[in-house]
Design a protein around this ligand. Sequence first.
Ligand code: GLU
Length: 306
Amino acid sequence: MSSHTLLEELVEIARPFASYGKVANYIPALSDQNPDDLAICIYSIDNESFYAGDHLKKFTLQSISKVIALALVLMDNGEEEVFSKVGMEPTGDPFNSIAKLETHKPSKPLNPMINAGALAVTNMIKGNTGMDKWERLIEFISHLTGENVTYNEDVAYSELQTANLNRSLCYFMKQHGVITGNVEDLLVLYTKQCAVEMNCVDLAKIGAVFANDGWDAESGKQLISRDVARICKTFMVTCGMYNNSGEFAIKVGIPAKSGVSGGIMGSVPGRCGIGIFGPALDEVGNSLAGVKLLEGLSAKYSWSIF
Ligand code: GLU
């Protein structure tokens, strides 16, 4: 059986699970997504791609962008500076929780994959103006995909209007010196970052660069340093799938990051990147059918890193 046919089969086995999930609606513009969509691309580190489902359908990265912004900021500022503002430990709390910011000392976010930590990371993107920072980020993402990537203005605007929880995380962190500068400017940058739009082929390509220790075979360039790629993949394992990362590590065992749009980026070290889009989410925020699809794939190809 060809790899394409096998992928189509795995998609059809996973698709019914979408009916148990719900599309995110706390960002109003995301609620228009079709819960039955399911698409996957596998992109090998030497540039072969296999896909199934509607692989050209675009979606926004949401939390998946946190890994990419972290890579840029680590290369910009170095580990010491970044980890003076954000920790390295997983949390059992939801991604948008404020609780540990107050109870955990020192008062910095536990890790860069929760919203508080991601906001602190985005605050460290280098640039003189918000526009400079945005241009550096979108250029970096475009290099990773090899395409001219843009963002979905409606989704960014919709989130900016309703991001009061993220606003409060920012003001709390500003009071404690974790972030600097104007909170509204940071939220504009962060909501654009989350609204960066691509299809699952582009996402799988980025996963392949991480899988290949930061080396991009297509352009023949080291786009991310080896160390930074290693750190990012480690966070994907420990905190990439929200507060279900432990169960996911046992059942799938692939470094992965999901977002509330229903995207999942996987990175199988030394082999391939995986891009999935399936917007019906489980209660913690992971694509329900997407996770089932990864369980099937990992078992079939023995891709667990454990
Ligand atoms: N933009 C979303 C937020 O900050 C991202 C959350 C996610 O995908 O987990 O709420």
